[in-house]
Design a protein around this ligand. Structure first.
Ligand SMILES: [Zn+2]
Length: 141
């Protein structure tokens, strides 16, 4: 019997202006852009503020706290790099700073997940190049 090793997971495609987000993640920090003119937080990373079009944008370290806005549990998948992870949770997290982030929720029985559940960021190494921000229930801390 032969076994076929699954393909490697894809790496994020990083725009130059998003590099600080990934550099922070590699250090175990969640970084968000904040507009220096209207003070609103911005995610995903951009070159101009989506609220006021200002190009005066700074990077801040986020609290890492948020709540589950919506989620789905992936229980079936075509053969892929993710098949060993099933079931896994893909969720939209509403961060304290007011932006939303698509990520995974880990360290939680998918049956126990609920919308509005409090979560905190955690970091998982993808490979030598990337660390991925993910979230886990805050009550597990
Ligand atoms: Zn702005």
């Amino acid at each position: 019997m032969s076994t076929v090793s699954p393909p490697a997971k894809p790496e994020p495609v990083v725009a130059p202006w998003a590099r600080p987000f990934w550099d922070a993640a590699a250090k175990g920090q969640l970084a968000l852009q904040q507009c220096e003119d209207c003070s609103k937080f911005i995610f995903y990373p951009r070159v101009a503020c989506p609220h006021c079009a200002s190009e005066r944008i700074a990077w801040r370290t986020a609290s890492g706290r948020g709540t589950v806005y919506s989620y789905t549990v992936v229980e079936n998948n075509a053969p892929s790099a993710f098949i060993a992870d099933m079931p896994f949770v893909v969720a939209v997290i509403r961060l304290e700073e007011g932006v939303q982030m698509l990520s995974n929720i880990v360290g939680c029985d998918p049956d126990k997940l609920r919308c509005d559940m409090e979560v905190v960021v955690t970091f998982e190494r993808l490979n030598d190049n990337f660390v991925l921000p993910k979230f886990r229930p805050a009550s597990n801390s």
